[in-house]
Design a protein around this ligand. Structure first.
Ligand code: SF4
Length: 257
């Protein structure tokens, strides 16, 4: 049976002065992912390895880490695709370490919340009790679709050189989502978001390194979203929208009472 040499960066900030690397010999099998290898090591070799995971299918974004030096999802990375028999796992950069491979995503989610990642409308009564279905044109959906695939794994933020030097910078994930909601024809909160981002630590701090788009496991291009967002921040105007059309075919949808 062939083995993979799994190297795990270990660090408990409450106990350790600095990180150390530990090696585990894991039996290799066809189709084995890095997460599989880590779970084998934790279950059979060392119960104290700290890691986070949930869905095992690249949907939840929990198992982001650095694998052989590059930010990746452990569940979405097969050992075979890395080449060689050595796999080095480390926590994501730009985040505080809770333990071993588990990082603190608290500030990441806080920045996501700050850009108001939801539809904002003045007609609150209609929001609470919609009278019909609101539809987007196919071309409007096309503009934002890729950004809706974000699973909030944090890989883009961990790879961003601006996040590494400016802790107030919202980061590629939050900025791409600001673009996604501002471009949504049902949204009326664009100007509020643009004001928030027109700041010394805001959208202008992005120097278009592009590493965020390179590492995204879901094919999102946050760097593109940020550049497009800059255009609207510059004008101070949210894109002109006629407002999403209310679609209620006769007899298909009765207004709610
Ligand atoms: S944009 Fe991609 S890399 Fe960034 S949080 Fe979303 S899914 Fe993860």
């Amino acid at each position: 049976m062939t083995e993979v040499k799994l190297v795990v960066q270990r660090f408990d900030p409450f106990i350790d002065a600095k990180p150390r690397m530990m090696e585990y010999a894991v039996p290799k099998r066809e189709g084995m992912t890095v997460l599989d290898a880590l779970l084998y090591a934790r279950d059979y070799l060392d119960h104290s390895i700290g890691l986070r995971f949930s869905c095992r299918q690249a949907s939840c974004g929990s198992c982001g880490m650095k694998i052989n030096g590059r930010p990746r999802l452990a569940c979405y990375t097969q050992v075979a695709e890395l080449g060689g028999d050595k796999v080095v796992t480390q926590p994501m950069d730009n985040f505080a370490i809770i333990k071993d491979l588990v990082t603190d995503l608290g500030s990441f989610f806080e920045k996501h919340r700050e850009i108001m990642p939801y539809i904002i409308r003045a007609d609150t009564k209609e929001v609470e009790k919609p009278s019909a279905e609101y539809v987007m044109k196919p071309e409007e959906l096309e503009e934002v679709l890729q950004f809706t695939y974000c699973i909030k794994c944090g890989l883009c933020t961990s790879s961003c050189p601006t996040v590494a030097t400016d802790s107030k910078f919202p980061g590629p994930q939050a900025l791409a989502q600001a673009y996604r909601y501002t471009m949504d024809p049902r949204d009326e909160g664009g100007v509020k978001r643009l004001e928030l981002l027109d700041d010394a630590h805001g959208v202008w701090r992005c120097h278009f390194a592009g590493s965020c788009s390179f590492v995204c496991p879901k094919g999102v291009d946050p760097a593109l979203g940020i550049q497009l967002l800059k255009r609207h921040v510059m004008s101070g105007k949210a894109p002109h929208r006629e407002g999403a059309k209310v679609w209620a075919p006769v007899g298909a949808m009765a207004p709610q009472k």
